[in-house]
Ligand binder design. Structure first.
Ligand code: TNX
Length: 498
């Protein structure tokens, strides 16, 4: 993509009150969102009109213009003069431009409320498009369950910062969080654990999932759901112990870590189960990607399991590592048959990648680099820069894994997702990056916000802007405005510098 062009061409403008927004039918959904936002900012609700006559009288014009294909799938052009004009070749582009406009409006509303029914906006000309197409944030709802209302708020906050992927980590050892009609015990048993403080858990009904998916789609956020396998699956095994090598019984664990009991790879019923689960999942999530985990799978049980050993022998696999790879190939086939693409953690490289698999590189960048060199797409999220469960400073009271380092704001901002060693023709395999929020040490939505912000704002800029436009002192300066907007939205962000 071409670097953004921004020029502030004049001083602040008072525009309005805005009586109307002019737009074509195709841009109407975007105009509705803007109209609501102007209503809540200024108290005046602009009507939406189609008139092409004297459009400038409307003071805001929104155009879906296919002639602007130079702006790419997500770019937009925004001009603010005595009127506002937003143009893009796609609805997603208009939506992104709308977020910029909202940010400028929120900035003005905060700066001056002398005349609240008119908008204060800086005169400017912005031509803008993202550097990366995968701009993601992840959230683990297994270790701690997060209610639907918060998931929606999280999606709102992502969209506001022009993230376009929400990676929803729905299953793990400590809880299965999505209703699967064919296997009711996944949620009646697998969604609950016994803790010192009593029974803990929760899950999303399919109805709720559909609702969240629609909510995200309206905000141009694609949800990538994750079902973990073959490891990190204790909650599922507690519900259906026959899917393990030993037959159990198991409890949903209430402690963190990596557990030896995993799905039995020698049992055909495991794959029947996973196919049925993924069937229901694929019907709920319209996005092209489904995440199937693949990380941190101990091989102890497979070593001692007659069925797993028989599988290794009759498939002529290279030991347990080969069996893990064979397992993930099966997962990839199940998804391909349902028209989906598989994505998994970088361990899926071990023993050979499944065809078409996309790799999420978390143990540094090396897995991503190796996968790109084999012609696979990759998403970068190295622990060093993208693990927002890690502490933000050494201060006492910061919660997070103590064995892990500190990932402060400057570190996140210094992240370069594109590895220098990839040749230009391989760089296209780097789709982008994402921030990961594992919730072992986050019990509440408020604490998730504390860990996510403002680090997600730094990451958002790294993923959107071209490297030559990223500068840390400049970001530090702009951060104040970002934080004022976060204040206005009541976000429990971490105050930098404390
Ligand atoms: C590693 S990242 C994990 C998670 C933990 C996280 C804690 C990954 C694929 N696996 O299960 O929650 O570290 O930072």
């Amino acid at each position: 993509p071409r670097p953004a062009r921004t020029s502030i061409t004049g001083p602040w403008r008072a525009i309005g009150p805005i009586a109307a927004i002019a737009c074509d039918d195709l841009a109407r959904p975007i105009a509705l969102v803007l109209s609501d936002h102007i209503h809540s900012t200024t108290g005046v609700k602009p009507r939406i009109e189609r008139s092409t006559l004297d459009r400038r009288q409307s003071r805001i014009v929104i155009e879906l213009d296919s002639a602007r294909s130079d702006l790419g799938d997500e770019g937009y052009a925004l001009t603010i003069d005595s009127f506002v004009k937003l143009q893009a070749p796609t609805a997603h582009g208009l939506f992104n431009g709308l977020q910029t406009l909202r940010q400028l409006m929120d900035q003005g509303a905060i700066g001056n409320d002398a005349n609240p029914s008119s908008l204060r906006l800086p005169a400017c000309e912005i031509v803008d498009q993202p550097r990366f197409k995968w701009r993601g944030m992840h959230l683990d709802v297994s270790r701690h369950f997060m209610p639907v209302e918060f998931i929606k708020r999280y999606i709102d906050l992502l969209a506001y910062h022009k993230f376009n992927v929400f990676h929803w980590h729905l299953t793990d050892d400590q809880g299965w969080r999505i209703e699967i009609k064919r296997y009711p015990k996944l949620t009646s048993v697998g969604a609950w654990r016994d803790t010192l403080a009593g029974r803990y858990g929760g899950f999303y009904t399919q109805e709720e999932i559909r609702n969240v998916v629609a909510y995200a789609a309206e905000r141009f956020v694609t949800i990538v759901p994750e079902i973990e396998m073959p490891g990190h699956s204790m909650a599922a095994l507690a519900a259906y112990p026959d899917l393990s090598c030993t037959g159990g019984p198991f409890k949903v664990p209430a402690t963190w870590g990596v557990f030896d009991d995993v799905y039995c790879a020698g049992n055909d019923e495991t794959f029947e189960f996973l196919a049925n689960v993924l069937d229901e999942l694929c019907a709920l999530f319209p996005g092209q990607y489904v995440h199937v985990g693949g990380d941190e799978c101990p091989k102890a049980r497979w070593k001692d399991c007659a069925r797993c050993q028989a599988r290794i022998a009759n498939q002529k696999l290279d030991g347990e590592a080969g069996l893990q790879s064979w397992f993930m190939h099966r997962a990839g086939e199940i998804l391909a048959a349902r028209g989906k693409r598989m994505i998994g953690w970088d361990e899926i490289l071990e023993g050979g990648l499944a065809p078409n698999a996309t790799v999420m590189s978390w143990r540094g960048m090396d897995g991503g680099i190796a996968a790109a060199k084999e012609g696979h797409d990759v998403v970068m999220c190295p622990t060093s820069h993208c693990y927002f469960d890690y502490r933000q400073s050494h201060a006492l009271g910061e919660r997070g894994p103590i064995w892990a380092g500190v990932t402060d704001l400057e570190k996140v901002y210094s992240f370069e997702p594109m590895p220098g060693e990839l040749d230009a023709d391989l760089q296209r395999h780097v789709l982008g990056a994402q921030g990961n929020l594992w919730t072992e040490w986050m019990e509440t939505p408020a604490h998730v916000e504390y860990m996510a912000f403002p680090r997600a704002i730094a990451l958002s800029e790294v993923l959107w802007s071209s490297p030559e436009r990223c500068d840390w002192p400049g970001f530090r300066e702009r951060l104040g405005l970002h934080l004022k907007r976060m204040d206005a939205m009541d976000v429990n962000y971490r105050k930098p510098g404390v």
